[in-house]
Write a protein that binds this ligand. Structure first.
Ligand SMILES: [Fe+2]
Length: 308
């Protein structure tokens, strides 16, 4: 029988599981319990488990097939299901956030929210921890919806949100709460963003969506890529998304994780937005991630080709 506890009694999501072993995660009964717990809690923190790539992959496979990431250069040798991210200005650029230069800062978002189908989840492990910064924030999209007042819920109901790839977070009116200015972006990153934007048109998704497994409603809103609401004038759309942005960027309602070595966090990318707080220049931070691709339970988005 799986033992778990809430990460934070004040938050409506997130559970912590301690002391899993390789034998345990290869047990089919325990795998089922873990998956049920993940659907219920949206986010799982694993502590006191083996901290190595083989365990990382085995743990990830409890929740579905793992993606082999297309970016060969970031794949881990011997474990192609894992990718590695290093806090490095040459890979992630530099943002000045509230007056402090930071590497790896990314505002609230869901991964691949701009695609017709996004990833189902991500399982992160801390390999090297920064002495300052480097936290990851998680916010429940169920909770964003639940916190919205009824008139705002009604205004969002039945609408479609257009989400696009953005290469300049600082100009996005729906990423609020922190003041960010781009300080440095390596040329190869700028070029690859333009290529990605050229080959991926914006997509439209239901703004209020339902989790297939539970029927619970959530706000399908990724601030970093949010563009507009279909079928509204520019002014009406901006008014609605600005009101929603207040709820979707409220860090006080998020879980902000300060990493410890050997920990793993799994989040459900359909119902959780996340944020990378970045770390000051000169800090060393390395993370590895296993990715759960779409399992087909999400309502597919549709490309908005006139924007391409
Ligand atoms: Fe992300």
């Amino acid at each position: 029988m799986l033992q778990s506890r809430k990460i934070d009694e004040c938050l409506p999501f997130g559970a912590c599981v301690d002391g899993l072993t390789l034998d345990m995660v290869e047990n089919s009964e325990l795998q089922k319990e873990l998956k049920q717990l993940w659907i219920k809690e949206s986010l799982l923190l694993f502590r006191d488990c083996p901290a190595n790539p083989d365990f990382h992959v085995a743990l990830g496979k409890c929740f579905g097939e793992l993606l082999i990431h297309p970016g060969e250069h970031i794949r881990l040798k011997g474990n192609p299901e894992l990718v590695q991210f290093t806090a490095d200005p040459e890979q992630e650029g530099i943002y000045r956030v509230d007056g402090v230069d930071r590497v790896g800062w990314i505002p609230w978002h869901a991964d691949l929210a701009w695609a017709t189908e996004s990833n189902r989840g991500g399982l992160l492990r801390a390999i090297t921890i920064a002495s300052e910064g480097g936290e990851t924030g998680f916010m429940s999209r169920f909770d964003i919806y639940d916190r919205m007042p009824e008139p705002l819920k009604l205004a969002a109901e039945g609408r479609e949100i257009v989400t696009r790839i953005r290469n300049a977070y600082e100009t996005n009116p729906y990423c609020i709460g922190q003041h960010a200015e781009l300080q440095y972006k390596p040329e190869h990153i700028a070029e690859s963003e333009l290529r990605l934007m050229a080959s991926n048109p914006p997509t439209a998704h239901p703004l209020v969506a339902v989790q297939a497994e539970t029927g619970r409603k959530f706000l399908n809103f990724s601030p970093a890529g949010a563009d507009r609401v279909l079928g509204m004038s520019a002014a009406e759309s901006h008014e609605l998304l600005s009101a929603i942005a207040l709820y979707a960027n409220d860090d006080n309602k998020a879980y902000r994780h300060h990493w410890r070595l050997g920990e793993y966090i799994l989040w459900d990318n359909w119902v959780i937005n996340h944020k990378a707080y970045g770390c000051p220049l000169g800090e060393e931070r390395v993370m590895q991630r296993a990715t759960l691709p779409s399992d087909g339970k999400q309502v597919k988005g549709r490309p908005i080709l006139e924007d391409a």
